[in-house]
Design a protein around this ligand. Structure first.
Ligand code: UDX
Length: 436
């Protein structure tokens, strides 16, 4: 099928390449010329495992191209819209500028019968408000939310847990759902559930999934706060809770909390939208979820201060990680980078290392010192804090090796990913998040 993808960021670039990899003929469109020239050369504008492979394959096969010209969308049957919906400046709502601009730019190139499939995470009610403009040119709007995780984006796009399509009522909606079934045929044939529903439900699936995940993380972080007072171990608690299949162990990782380009802004936008709908109280708990999450960053800073005897002033602190999570170079609302900035503000000499995210981090926080090589970054450290659980910090860094580099013996484990016994045995003061 001929497909256009509007917006070539984390979502759109992966979607375009993944659609080509399952056999479609795809054009990716974005207003950012630099992004388009990189993608056209088969290079990913950000770090995402497997993306360069499928980009290169797609371009070599002739089924994948990228352009800044919206006219290239003409002739495609399905037009996916995957532009960003960041938090507005000075508020919690989602900024809809890019979605509106994408629809405006796309409309003149649509033909009768085309399908416009929104993938961006939007406030519930968006599809219903855009629908008249799309149907005025004879096309059909569907909402097809995306659940991909950064770091696993290719796999999540080609092999998702589920597919959701919000369609208009009547025959038109039925036809649109059928077209999407064809687009995703390889995945549906493997048994992926395909849920067809109305616009509002489809939009809600996405925001409520992220709200649930954020709540789960903040729940265990709240338990970490309690464990800290009573001397319990939140990691053992999470293991024990996780054996209950109704609860499950995933997303019960206590630590410095969630960040990234989705969970934080999505729960805030959801709260803002619920307020607009007169149902603010229904999701009032998301405020607590957000606050618990933000408190954990402060707690990590306190642990470094405590480990260094009450002050970090003029102390060398090495921060292991900058990305909001491993296998990503994304630093949007990165809890770890926030911790680094807070420590810097307290007068510490902060050195940040990360296998992928240094260029992005340096652009946003030029005041910090960045060292690409892990061992060089550890050299002379009075205290070390793990904030992003990359394998090279969590699995591959032995306390004995770190002892040969660091000046001090304080390790703060912001992700509860290290073995406390091993670090203590090597003479380190180990401080975890919600662990004795
Ligand atoms: C998330 C959703 O998982 C995905 O479905 C949606 O499409 C976009 O938002 P992503 O932002 O890529 O994906 O990251 P995710 O893996 O969900 O992690 C989010 C944050 O939570 C990270 O900062 C991570 O470190 C943190 N986290 C995750 C925890 O603190 N504890 C956990 O147990 C799990």
């Amino acid at each position: 099928m001929r497909i256009s993808v509007i917006g070539c960021g984390y979502l759109g670039a992966v979607h375009a390449a993944a659609m080509a990899s399952i056999g479609h003929e795809v054009v990716g469109i974005d207003v950012d010329e630099q992004k388009i020239s990189l993608l056209s050369a088969g290079e990913a504008p950000f770090f995402e495992p497997r993306l360069t492979d499928i980009l290169a394959e797609g371009i070599a096969s002739g089924r994948l191209m990228f352009t800044t010209e919206f006219a290239a969308a003409a002739g495609a049957t399905v037009h996916f819209v995957g532009v960003g919906t960041p938090q507005i400046q000075g508020g919690y709502a989602a900024d809809m500028t890019y979605v509106n601009a994408a629809i405006d730019a796309l409309l003149p190139h649509l033909s009768e019968g085309d399908i416009v499939a929104g993938k961006s995470t939007v406030p519930v009610g968006t599809a219903a408000s855009l629908e008249p403009r799309v149907s005025a040119v004879g096309a059909t709007l569907v909402w097809n939310p995306e659940f991909l995780r950064e770091g696993f984006a290719v796999q999540d796009t080609i092999d998702p847990d589920r597919l959701v399509a919000g369609v208009p009522a009547g025959r038109e909606g039925g036809r649109a759902a059928q077209v999407l079934r064809e687009v995703y045929h390889p995945s549906i044939a493997k048994g992926t559930p395909f849920i067809v529903t109305d616009y509002a439900t489809a939009e809600l699936v996405k925001v409520s999934a992220n709200a649930f995940l954020a709540t789960k993380i903040s729940f265990i972080n709240a338990m970490a706060e309690i464990a800290e007072v009573v001397g319990g171990d939140v990691t053992v608690l999470a293991d024990a809770l996780g054996y209950d299949v109704r609860i499950g162990r995933r997303f019960l990782g206590a630590g410095i909390g969630f960040g990234g380009g989705c969970l934080p802004k999505d729960i805030r936008a959801f709260s803002a939208r619920a307020e607009e709908l007169g149902r603010g109280e229904s999701v009032a708990f998301l405020r607590e979820v957000d606050e618990i999450n933000m408190r954990r960053r402060q707690r990590a800073v306190e642990l470094v201060v405590q480990g260094l005897g009450g002050s970090v002033y003029e102390k060398n602190v090495t921060v292991l990680g900058a990305a909001f999570k491993p296998y990503s170079d994304d630093i949007r609302d990165s809890p770890g980078l926030d911790v680094a900035v807070l420590l810097h503000g307290l007068g510490a000499r902060v050195t940040v290392t990360d296998p992928q995210a240094i260029p992005n981090a340096r652009r946003q926080h030029p005041q910090l010192t960045y060292v690409a090589d892990r061992d060089e970054a550890l050299t002379g450290a009075d205290a070390v804090i793990l904030v992003t659980e990359w394998d090279e910090y969590r699995r591959e860094l032995s306390p004995e090796h770190a002892s040969g580099l660091a000046a001090g013996r304080v390790i703060v484990d912001g992700r509860n990913g290290l073995d406390p016994a091993a670090w203590r045995a090597a003479g380190w003061t180990y401080l975890g998040m919600g662990r004795p």
